[in-house]
Design a protein around this ligand. Structure first.
Ligand SMILES: [Zn+2]
Length: 281
């Protein structure tokens, strides 16, 4: 099943009078969506009781849950205190995911820092090997999605993400096409560019990963440093265009989870993407 849903809560959710994220699963299901990425970017500050209730409601309404882990995680850091806190944020995200019944957590790899990219990536590989050895055995069935990032000084080119995912099979990519577009200074111009991205993932990680991809999508504004900010489909001067990707998803029978990150209009743009894919099915 292809899944579509928002990253966090759109403006329209609150405008409709809703307050609690516990109301989200029913709200999304009635809108025709079936995924929800719960945001813990500023820390995992959720009670176990809340996680269980959200999980029950998601199951009742057929919503696939994922969690966005804290932005403070920095896998490539040389600082032992930041390594320690990154491991703690990952552990808390995994624990919240287990309580919710969420199958995926999304993690930003962090910044390049003072040394070379290669040094930072090598440190990230070592920290992820530690995550796989020390944390993951208690959280079987939960995948850790490593996100492609939009700013050039962040770790998270497609090649870097593929390399980090090869550390353990529990690591899979979260392919943010807007971010790849921004860090490539407008790199995604059409279907060939999407095809190439998917072929590189296939070559590095295998066809099953491509088949069940975790996708973040929004249009995006960029400058010479890469990402400036996420935009919405209504702001038509920004790319990339989702339509060629919709064609590929339909043609190849891919089963991605597609999360809209259009600021304030995540629900509306998730529905727009669903319609585009359905148009080609
Ligand atoms: Zn993210």
């Amino acid at each position: 099943m292809i899944r579509f849903g928002p990253a966090g809560n759109a403006k329209s959710f609150y405008e409709a009078g809703h307050k609690s994220s516990l109301e989200v699963p029913e709200y999304l299901a009635s809108a025709g969506l079936n995924a929800y990425e719960y945001q813990c970017g500023r820390g995992v500050n959720v009670k176990r009781e809340f996680c269980r209730s959200l999980g029950e409601k998601a199951q009742e309404h057929g919503i696939f849950l994922s969690i966005h882990a804290p932005y403070f995680i920095n896998l490539g850091t040389p600082d032992p205190a930041v390594m320690e806190s990154s491991l703690r944020h990952i552990a808390k995200s995994l624990s919240a995911a287990r309580d919710m019944g969420a199958a995926r957590i999304v993690v930003h790899p962090g910044s390049v820092g003072k040394g070379s990219r290669e040094e930072a990536i090598a440190r990230a590989e070592r920290l992820l090997a530690q995550v796989a050895a020390d944390l993951l055995p208690a959280f079987s069935g939960i995948s850790l999605c490593l996100e492609t990032m939009g700013k050039i000084n962040q770790l998270g080119t497609l090649e870097e993400i593929i390399r980090l995912c090869r550390v353990d099979k529990a690591f899979i990519p979260a392919v943010d096409f807007g971010h790849l577009h921004a860090r490539g200074i407008g790199a995604i111009k059409g279907r060939d560019d999407y095809e190439e991205i998917l072929q590189r993932i296939d070559a590095g990680l295998g066809g099953e990963i491509v088949q069940n991809l975790h996708v973040h999508f929004s249009t995006i504004e960029y400058s010479k440093g890469g990402e400036v900010r996420h935009r919405t489909f209504a702001e038509t001067e920004y790319g990339p265009d989702f339509d060629p990707l919709a064609q590929i998803i339909a043609r190849d029978g891919l089963m991605p989870v597609i999360i809209s990150e259009s600021v304030g209009f995540q629900t509306e743009d998730a529905l727009a993407m669903k319609e585009m894919v359905q148009h080609y099915l």
